[in-house]
Design a protein around this ligand. Structure first.
Ligand code: UDP
Length: 239
C-alpha cells in the first residue's frame, strides 16, 4: 500500500472501498488495530505533541480525512480523489459489520447520541449487533466502559471523543480493549444523528465542508487558525 508523509505524518493512499477491505481483514486477523482519520489539525498537532505523534505513527491505518490532507497526499503522487472521513466511514462500516456478523460498539458523544445512532444503524441493517455507551476519556470511567465493550463481544469499536483524546484513550487501553479494530471518529455521531448539520453536498464536493463547520461552530476558528500555516509548510516542504 502506497503512503504519503505529510510533515512527517503518514497517510495511507486509500479510498473508501479499500479502507473497508482493510478493516474487514483486520477483524479476520484479530486485533488490536488502531485506525486514525488524519486531518490537517492532526498533522499540526503532531508537530509539537510527541505523544500524539507516537500514537498516530503506531496506527495500522492513517486515513486521509479532509481535503487538506488529500491535497498534500496528491502532491506526493498518492492516487486519492476523495477524503475518507470518519463521518463517511460509519454507515458503510456498519453495513459491512452486518454482512459479516462483526459486533460493533459506538463509544462517545453526549448522552443519548450514540444510542440514537445505534438505533438508526440497526434500522438500516436489521442483522447488525450494535451496542453503545457515552463513556468519557477520563480513566475513572475505564472499568465501566471496558466491561460494556467486553460484554458485547465487541470486534469493531468506534470512539467519538474528538482528537486527540480518542486516539490517546485507544492507545492507553489498546491491550485491554479486546477488540480487533478501534477507530477514532471525532464528531461523527453528532453529524450522523443530525445534532450538528453537515454541509450541503455541493459544498462537500467543492471541498468547503470546513467553511460550513466554521459557520455553524465559530469557536472552531482557534483550531482552524493552524490551517494556513499547514498549507504553507506543506508547500515549502513536501516530506
Ligand atoms: N466528546 C465526548 N467526551 C468528551 C469530549 C468530547 O464524548 O469528554 C465528544 C463530543 O460530544 C463530540 C466529539 O467528542 O461528539 C468531538 O467532536 P468534534 O467535532 O470536536 O471532533 P473532531 O471531529 O473535530 O475531532
Amino acid at each position: 500500500m502506497k503512503d504519503a508523509r505529510i510533515l512527517g505524518v503518514r497517510v495511507d493512499c486509500l479510498d473508501m472501498g479499500s479502507t473497508l477491505e482493510r478493516i474487514e481483514r483486520f477483524v479476520d486477523e484479530g486485533g488490536p488495530h488502531l485506525v486514525a482519520t488524519v486531518n490537517p489539525e492532526f498533522v499540526m498537532r503532531a508537530q509539537k505533541d510527541r505523544e500524539f505523534a507516537r500514537v498516530i505513527a503506531s496506527a495500522e491505518l492513517c486515513l486521509p480525512d479532509g481535503v487538506g490532507v488529500v491535497w498534500a497526499a496528491r502532491r506526493q503522487g498518492c492516487d486519492v480523489r476523495q477524503p475518507v472521513a470518519g463521518v463517511d466511514l460509519v454507515q458503510p462500516l456498519a453495513a459491512m459489520c452486518a454482512r459479516r456478523g462483526f459486533r460493533l460498539f459506538l463509544l462517545g458523544a453526549a448522552p443519548g447520541v450514540a444510542g440514537a445512532l445505534a438505533a438508526k444503524l440497526r434500522s438500516g441493517n436489521p442483522t447488525l449487533e450494535v451496542a453503545s455507551h457515552p463513556g468519557a476519556p477520563d480513566p475513572s470511567q475505564d472499568a465501566e466502559t471496558l466491561k460494556l465493550i467486553h460484554e458485547h463481544g465487541t470486534q469493531v469499536l468506534l470512539v467519538a471523543y474528538g482528537a486527540p483524546a480518542q486516539e490517546l484513550w485507544i492507545d492507553r487501553l489498546r491491550n485491554r480493549l479486546g477488540v480487533a479494530v478501534a477507530v477514532g471518529v471525532g464528531g461523527a455521531f453528532d453529524y450522523l444523528t443530525g445534532r450538528v448539520p453537515r454541509a450541503p453536498a455541493w459544498m462537500r464536493r467543492a471541498g468547503l465542508e470546513w467553511l460550513h463547520r466554521l459557520g455553524r461552530q465559530p469557536w472552531r476558528i482557534r483550531r482552524m487558525a493552524v490551517l494556513p500555516v499547514y498549507a504553507i509548510k506543506v508547500l515549502r516542504n513536501d516530506t
